[in-house]
Design a protein around this ligand. Structure first.
Ligand code: SF4
Ligand code: SF4
Length: 302
């Protein structure tokens, strides 16, 4: 039988914002979009990578012998990470007790991670929770995710997939039978604006939302609210969402700028750096929610 292997970023327990109840969230690697405000830059590339958080380094030198490629040196001035020598094997991250080195892109089988995903079964039952696959984009690894979801459902665990839906119909069909709820991002209705904000048009995304709706699948929509970027789209998004039948509710997710250290750890440029994109005011976010409510849409705030 073919071995199914996925690339993951991490697994977080006791999450309360990734669907109903208390959840464990599996973050997978690789995304077809590049949203300007992305808070998870470590998930964008499908390739494995090492994040170096210099402010956490205590200069212990444990990483030096751990690396087969000489990518770490420590001298009297401290530790230096030579990214050009790194082959992304992850060995040094295991040796770093200070969590200054984080490895993104571990290759695992569904069976290998199942014990971690099912460890909090008692909490899922008591809270109405379960397991969510997020990313990155789960549908880029649809075969791997479908198998993880299938194994979870076989144990009676509620499943959710957090997706941008920029995926082929085949990729989506692969996970539908094993997914209880889809958490779907909607960033813009204007397709050219969507392309400018994310690098891709939204035609396929909107078609996939309608497809899930026609199939009667539970959907929760998330709208990132980013002033000056997509904040002018709320009325159009509300009009679109008001035509759906299987919408459980909509969340407005206010922009924040707390991911700068993640970009720096990967030597990546933060796309919104220097654009003076403000954190939205409480009033602006509430106005966006009111726009949705005015279209008869249930707004989720907890
Ligand atoms: S193992 Fe971690 S804390 Fe120690 S020198 Fe290397 S990066 Fe710094
Ligand atoms: S991830 Fe591997 S190759 Fe890269 S620095 Fe660490 S040990 Fe060296």
């Amino acid at each position: 039988m073919k071995k199914i292997v996925g690339s993951i970023v991490n697994i977080k327990r006791f999450e309360i914002h990734d669907g109903d109840g208390l959840r464990t969230t599996l973050f997978v690697k690789g995304c077809p979009l590049q949203c300007r405000w992305c808070h998870n830059p470590e998930s964008i590339s499908p390739k494995s990578a090492l994040g170096y958080y210099a402010h956490k380094c205590i200069g212990c030198g444990n990483c030096v012998p751990a690396c087969p490629y000489g990518a770490h040196t420590v001298d009297k001035d401290g530790h230096i990470f030579h990214r050009d020598r790194c082959q992304a094997c992850g060995k040094c991250a295991e040796a770093c007790m200070a969590n200054a080195l984080l490895f993104y892109g571990q290759h695992v089988t569904p069976e290998e991670i199942l014990p971690q995903l099912t460890a909090d079964m008692a909490f899922y039952k008591n809270s109405g929770g379960g397991v969510t696959i997020s990313g990155g984009e789960p549908l880029l690894q649809s075969e791997f995710c479908a198998e993880v979801l299938r194994l979870l459902q076989a144990q009676g665990i509620n499943t959710a997939v957090d997706t941008c839906l920029f995926a082929s119909r085949e990729q989506l069909d692969c996970v539908i039978p094993y997914t209880n709820t889809f958490l779907v991002d909607v960033k813009a209705i204007d397709t050219e604006l969507h392309r400018a904000l994310t690098g891709q048009p939204n035609t396929r995304i909107l078609e996939n939302i309608r497809y899930l709706d026609a199939m009667g699948k539970d959907m929760e929509v998330r709208i990132p609210y980013v002033p000056g970027q997509n904040s002018g789209e709320i009325e159009k998004i509300a009009e679109f969402l008001s035509t759906l039948h299987c919408l459980k509710g909509v969340r407005v997710l206010p922009y924040h700028d707390l991911s700068g250290t993640k970009y720096a750890s990967l030597d990546m440029q933060y796309p919104l750096a220097g654009t003076d994109t403000p954190i939205p005011s409480t009033e602006a976010v509430e106005a966006a929610r009111d726009t949705l409510r005015a279209h008869g849409i249930k707004v989720l705030t907890k």
